[in-house]
Design a protein around this ligand. Structure first.
Ligand SMILES: [Mg+2]
Length: 249
């Protein structure tokens, strides 16, 4: 069977200036629905967004949603939450409050409390906002170094609980669930946080990076798609629609 693991922002949905406005195109939803309906395919969306947020934006039932970089995973017969995740909610709340206070008034800087982690988006910020976000992120991370680690994504800082967990571990968990069906994993993502997932499928499946201006200079993905639409064409080919796939545009 094919285990299709897809990041959301920058992979399935175009990156929007305001992350709250990212939407899945109707044609992509239709394509995913067709793939999910195949008996030899299991589909999972793996994202930094929460499961609730992903469900709302993707809106396909009967598939797997791995949210908050895999700290929570839900799907047919599976309701996983990392056993240590909930304990971090209060400290994440404090971190979010602290960042909001410090970054209040900087246009284009958005602090998002996702429960298990906190994101500082600076996609639409000007130079002052970007500098302020960098400073605040570094200071708050230092102050909470015992509880959280700071990671950089595509124009976002992410505060994650100090739990040895990432998208790669979430992918391994899903792989082990399907072990008896000998899954061939295909993971497609565009960001630094996808690198652990690329490594998780190395040697047993296919990892593909969707290229972008903020792409990691080094990547564990052996295949690069030049754009989201090139990645989309691979999905189309996987539906069996008979489309020959090329990694170019
Ligand atoms: Mg992404």
């Amino acid at each position: 069977m094919l285990l299709l693991l897809l990041d959301f922002d920058g992979t399935l949905a175009p990156i929007r200036r305001d992350p709250g406005r990212a939407t899945l195109a109707a044609s992509t939803r239709e394509l995913l629905t067709r793939l999910a309906a195949r008996r030899d395919v299991a589909l999972a969306v793996v994202s930094g967004r929460t499961v609730a947020d992903l469900r709302r934006r993707v809106g396909i039932s009967g598939i797997y949603y791995a949210g908050c970089h895999g700290l929570e995973i839900q799907g047919p017969g599976l309701r996983y939450r990392h056993p240590r995740a909930a304990a971090y909610k209060p400290v994440m709340k404090r971190i979010a409050r602290c960042l909001k206070t410090r970054l209040d008034g900087f246009t284009g800087v958005l602090v998002e409390d996702k429960g298990y982690d906190v994101a500082v988006h600076y996609r639409t910020a000007g130079r002052r906002g970007i500098a302020a976000a960098r400073r605040a992120a570094a200071e708050v991370a230092r102050r909470h170094a015992r509880d959280c680690r700071l990671e950089r994504g595509r124009l976002v800082y992410e505060f994650k609980p100090r739990i040895a967990w990432d998208k790669g571990r979430a992918v391994r968990l899903l792989l082990s669930r399907f072990r008896s069906r000998q899954p061939f994993p295909v993971y497609i993502g565009d960001d630094l946080t996808d690198e652990s997932a690329f490594r998780a499928v190395a040697g047993r499946g296919l990892a593909m990076l969707v290229d972008n201006p903020e792409r990691p200079s080094r990547t564990a993905a052996p295949v690069r798609a030049r754009s989201m639409s090139a990645a989309r064409r691979l999905l189309l080919a996987l539906t069996g629609a008979g489309c020959a796939w090329r990694p170019g545009r």
